[in-house]
Design a binder for this molecule. Sequence first.
Ligand SMILES: Nc1ncnc2c1ncn2[C@@H]1O[C@H](COP(=O)(O)OP(=O)(O)O)[C@@H](O)[C@H]1O
Ligand SMILES: [Mg+2]
Length: 215
Amino acid sequence: MRVIVLVTQKGGSGKTTLCLNLAVAGEAAGARCLILDLDPQATAEAWYHDREAATPRLVRATAGDLPRALEAARAQGFSHVLVDTPGRDEPSVAAAIRAADFCVVPCRPTPADMKATPATMATIRRLAKPAAFVLTQTPPRGFRIREAEIGLQVLGPVAPVGVVARNAFQDAQGAGLGIVEFEPDGKGAEEIRALWAWLESRLEKIGHEPQAHLA
Ligand SMILES: Nc1ncnc2c1ncn2[C@@H]1O[C@H](COP(=O)(O)OP(=O)(O)O)[C@@H](O)[C@H]1O
Ligand SMILES: [Mg+2]
């Protein structure tokens, strides 16, 4: 079982959106995904309530609950746990990073988002976890993406797949769906499927490395 943690102190950067969408895409690709919602605001859980499909499953947890929740997930045969974390520095954030096989750090290509990333990366580094930034809510193309990549690469690897700002992400979430269900042939669905495939290849490599280190 692999634990993927979506983490960054910056609220609104896309943790919950990536978490839900990756879990739905993962299920569609044959994985058994559990979403673990550590955010007291429970945005992911609200989506889950609006949802009719039986998968992916979602449970809420706290920092104290986390080891037990992961143990239960393992016993139930989940292949992946995607952990959504709060956008504040709470004890559950460090607990989630500690439990991670891989940390995904969503970041918008804005100065405010980029300034907020070093603290999160410092914690990930201290706990020696593999991690990568994922650029989110980007323009479809242009210099901002490249500039953000160059800026973030100083702090850690940047995933080769980013996610463009698209209304379909918000509409899908409002309908209790993942974007691969809401608009299967759209570009957003393509981005999420590509991101899932990239994450799987990262996790596969880590599985063959003797010790965890930065991706
Ligand atoms: N790629 C995207 N395109 C359009 N809207 C997005 C995208 N990613 C996130 N959003 C929207 O931005 C807001 C914040 O995203 P969210 O995933 O909740 O961030 P976080 O969990 O990091 O606080 C939400 O309203 C969400 O629907
Ligand atoms: Mg959130």
